[in-house]
Design a protein around this ligand. Structure first.
Ligand SMILES: Cc1cc2nc3c(=O)[nH]c(=O)nc-3n(C[C@H](O)[C@H](O)[C@H](O)COP(=O)(O)OP(=O)(O)OC[C@H]3O[C@@H](n4cnc5c(N)ncnc54)[C@H](O)[C@@H]3O)c2cc1C
Length: 307
């Protein structure tokens, strides 16, 4: 039997640490729990919103008149070189546990905050690696029909920060099956430590933010050429870093209220201490407008801005 709580503060459950309360809130671990929570929302006529690690969301200041279904999980099982994982498991915990068992190949994802399910939905990635690279199948349930389905990797339609589940939010990911390579445990642990250090070097990670706020956009040829010449780097899939465009537009360090386009990595919008969700949204709109005016490029949020 699930416990539905009322008026639960969400700021402390999101890495941005901003926003109001959830009218209703429930923590779930299993697929059965999720179905029960959905049944409760339906029965009481409330909308529901799925939250997991809270590392890619902006909670509105006025809170959410909805049932927040918080996906938390702890169970995963390792068999040979494969792992079946509850969607709510923390990604870093599983990467470390796999390393201890001498399984690796995904260490470059270490340090991406949040859960395995959240990572699958956004095809999270770092240093040229993406979670799609290790996925065998993903189990999800359809919140409209109640049907469950196991999606083989190609059915997940993974692309840059994209998946079938992101395009079709009526599906909730419940279990994730991955396939890793046998590796030396010490070497795998070393790679994890090195990756986390490198992330810290590029941008302090213990920060009130949602990571990169905008998706790296596909840019017109002249902008791509400008980037490649300046950075002596090849643009990937026609994309240029959103942070580079923001900096070029003179917006590094720009503030609205307590929200700031980080000096260290301008694509991180940071809560400097007293930011509201409204500050974050207004700064994001300002950045989008000026980048569009200067470069003709439409920035699109990677962070999920709840209303
Ligand atoms: C400091 C910092 C650094 C970051 N660095 C990176 C990085 O290097 N690479 C990167 O890709 N991302 C990065 N991020 C962004 C974030 O960590 C990822 O997007 C992460 O995968 C989100 O997972 P989550 O569990 O926190 O999801 P949440 O933030 O809780 O949710 C995000 C979205 O996913 C949906 N969702 C969550 N779980 C499920 C589920 N089981 N089924 C269906 N939908 C679900 C939610 O409804 C919401 O729409 C960073 C964030 C921070 C704060």
């Amino acid at each position: 039997m699930l416990t539905i709580k009322e008026n639960v503060p969400l700021a402390e459950l999101s890495t941005f640490e901003i926003g109001g309360k959830a009218r209703y809130f429930v923590s779930v671990k299993t697929e059965e729990d999720i179905k029960e929570a959905l049944g409760w929302a339906r029965e009481h006529g409330h909308r529901f919103i799925v939250m997991a690690g809270g590392s890619n969301v902006v909670v509105p200041d006025e809170g959410l008149d909805a049932l927040i279904i918080k996906i938390s999980g702890v169970n995963f099982s390792i068999i040979d070189s494969t792992i079946e994982i509850d969607a709510g498991c923390v990604l870093l915990h599983v990467i470390k546990a796999a390393a201890d068992e001498g399984l690796g190949g995904w260490e470059k994802l270490a340090g991406i905050p949040g859960t395995v399910g959240g990572a699958v939905r956004g095809n999270a990635g770092a240093f040229g690696n993406e979670i799609k690279d290790v996925i065998t199948w993903v189990r999800a349930i359809n919140t409209k029909t109640g049907e469950g389905h196991e999606f083989a990797n190609p059915e997940c339609e993974f692309a840059y920060r994209m998946s079938y589940f992101k395009k079709n939010p009526e599906w909730i990911i419940t279990r994730v099956h991955i396939s890793l390579q046998k590796t030396d445990a010490i070497e795998s642990q070393r790679l994890i430590t090195e990756t986390i250090k490198e992330r810290e070097r590029r941008h302090i990670q213990d920060v009130r933010a949602a990571g990169s706020y905008f998706i790296n956009p596909v840019a017109p040829t002249d902008i791509r050429e400008m980037y490649e010449k300046e950075k002596k780097a090849q643009s990937r899939e026609g994309r240029v870093p959103a942070g580079w465009l923001i900096e070029k537009a003179g917006l590094k360090g720009r503030r609205v209220g307590g929200a700031e386009a980080s000096m260290q990595h301008p694509n991180y919008i940071v809560n400097t201490g007293n930011a509201t969700a409204s500050d974050v949204r207004r700064l994001a709109e300002l950045i989008k407008r000026i980048v569009k005016e200067k470069f003709g490029v439409e920035l699109q949020e990677e962070a999920v801005v709840w209303k």
